[in-house]
Design a protein around this ligand. Sequence first.
Ligand code: SF4
Length: 225
Amino acid sequence: MRVHSVEFQSFNWNGIIFAKIACPGCNFRCGYCFVPDIVFSKQGKDGKTVIEEIRRNQVMHGVCITGGEPTIQKDLPIFIKKLQLLGLKIMIETNGSNPEMIKKLVQRKLVDFVRLDIKAPPEKYDLITGSNGSWKPIEETMTILENWGGYWEAITVWHPGLTKEDLQKIANIVPGKWVVTQFQTGKLIDPKYNTDVCFDEEFIESLVGPREIWVRTKSHERRVR
Ligand code: SF4
């Protein structure tokens, strides 16, 4: 298992202090992606070193494994098992492109919480991710998670490639908790995405479909439905 970087005590979620483990590499090339350094990285520490660092830092209760895309690494289940042996809760942030891996993780009880990116409505998926046939695996992942019974949420960055109509189409697809987050400009994979998006919270409140809708900005997070 390769790890690009570890951020200790990165965030507190429901009273649980998480470290963030960023995995190098990704199978998508989303133009709006704000972690190009991680996506194009092939290097990193080995998992063993990271587990030892985490073992020594006893303040955390959980780890959020993110990327890049963590599920492209075949030894992810073994890595997680070792983290669980330290008594840590496991959160995975994924683009959903590897339903087989997600199935393995939930069936083997290797994950407590999954955050799944939904980047666009199905017909725009390939355009946004720069990857052919990209929607079908995401749909499969969503079905696996919906049947799982564990805690998961779908998350959509309202990036410059998404119109209000696209947002409603995504809302029609997501069954459970859906978080819409504000896009941040910066160093992106495709500089043409580097433009502000009007984050219209009232519009998000008006959307129908998911059981729960939340908005997340730099300054706040709140449930709007
Ligand atoms: S935003 Fe796209 S390119 Fe960036 S890490 Fe996520 S899936 Fe990969």
